[in-house]
Design a binder for this molecule. Structure first.
Ligand SMILES: Cc1ncc(COP(=O)(O)O)c(C=O)c1O
Length: 376
């Protein structure tokens, strides 16, 4: 079936205002990473996440890479990450030379929880990457307290939780620093892009340096480097798009939640199909994606193929990080089972939820899923 006939999982939401904003930047001759447009985007995005500083980078993965590098981790240090998340978290830890330590996630929220953290922490734990999964926040208070007592640095990965709040405080405003992605399927997009936000001026300056080839700050001599760096600058074109999108970020995430609630309402009559909760006592789910966990008897890949044959696109859930083949290269392949992450990885898929999806497309997608599962 051609892509035109598919109900897609996600589509970028680009308006005339976005196009004009990019054109305007070009007209002003601003193209590269040192243009004022980038600084404007950084200021606006940091303010929108209640942070003092924002440093725009090329994507959400490199935001993690640079942030983890800037922690100055040493051999033997451990960094805790949830197994059920994007590989970028694992790569960022491995690149520093520290040891990734995997936690399972909570069976209801699909997020890391304090109980899992307590289980894996050791005297060598230096940092935690706190990922809010699919638009629902982690229960932060016990984790903040636990980490503060043990001097464990929290890096928050809020790539999937733009505008979401935990007890009224925005995701992206917890911990030493928080990272975001502006990939095409995120709540705002630059095509590709990311941001590190923090309240720590020194840390922000460090990220800023690392992102730009570790040039010495002015008035230091040009082309003299004291350490390795990245060229991970965001271009002015991307920043212009991001800044324009930022103006309606709240509208987009409100719409995402509405779509998630619609699916939830339809699927509530089918308890075999499990979604993340619509809300917890500390937060409301933004439903960055509408994930559904299938019953044991269903093969997620088979269900995805059948849905595609009916014109409905899906994506599988994350493959658990503690089972990634690449761990063998680091002598880390021998990991204990993490049953919730494993079950999510093998039995989860997410449904179309782009901004602009119609109620009938939601109904069609949900009912097709129900029918396929009932016949499995
Ligand atoms: C939680 C999380 N962190 C990081 C990333 C990586 O972002 P990017 O694709 O911009 O590199 C993603 C991407 O989906 C993500 O979901």
């Amino acid at each position: 079936m051609g892509i035109d006939h598919l109900i897609q999982v996600s589509k970028p939401n680009i308006t005339e205002a976005d196009i004009l904003a990019v054109a305007e930047t070009l007209r002003r001759g601003f193209v590269s990473g040192d243009a004022p447009t980038v600084r404007e985007f950084e200021h606006s995005f940091a303010a929108a996440t209640c942070r003092s500083y924002g440093v725009a980078v090329a994507n959400g993965s490199v935001a993690l890479d640079i942030t983890l590098y800037a922690l100055g981790l040493r051999d033997g240090d451990e960094v805790v990450i949830p197994s059920f998340t994007i590989a970028s978290c694992l790569f960022a830890v491995l690149r520093t030379g520290a040891k990734p330590v995997f936690t399972d996630v909570h069976p209801t929220t699909w997020n890391l929880s304090i109980r899992e953290l307590e289980r894996v922490v050791t005297p060598r734990t230096r940092a935690l990457i706190a990922v809010h999964t699919y638009g629902l926040p982690i229960e932060m208070d016990p984790i903040l307290e636990f980490c503060a007592e043990r001097n464990i640095t929290i890096v928050e990965d809020a790539a999937e939780s733009h505008t979401v709040t935990y007890n009224g405080k925005l995701c992206g405003s917890f911990g030493l620093a928080s990272t975001f992605s502006f990939y095409a399927n995120k709540a705002i997009t630059c095509g590709e892009g990311g941001m590190v936000v923090t309240d720590d001026a020194e840390f922000a300056a460090r990220i800023r340096g690392l992102r730009n080839l570790s040039f010495l700050p002015a008035p230091g001599p040009r082309f003299v480097h004291e350490e390795i760096g990245w060229n991970s600058r965001l271009s002015a074109l991307q920043a212009a798009l991001g800044k324009s999108q930022l103006a309606r970020m709240n509208d987009v995430t409100t719409e995402k939640r509405r779509i998630g609630l619609s699916y939830h309402e339809i699927l509530a009559a089918h308890p075999e199909l499990v979604m993340q909760p619509t809300e917890t006592n500390y937060s409301k789910n933004m439903y960055w994606v509408v994930g559904v966990l299938l019953p044991d008897r269903c093969d997620a890949r088979h269900v995805a193929t059948e849905l595609r044959e009916r014109g409905i696109d899906t994506r599988p859930f994350f493959f658990p990080l503690h089972r990634q083949p690449l761990l063998a290269r680091y002598s880390l392949a021998d990991q204990a089972p993490l049953p919730v992450s494993e079950r999510l990885g093998s039995h989860g898929l997410y449904l179309p939820s782009f901004v602009g999806i119609t109620d009938s497309e939601i109904m069609q997608s949900a009912l097709a899923l129900v029918e396929i599962v009932n016949n499995s």
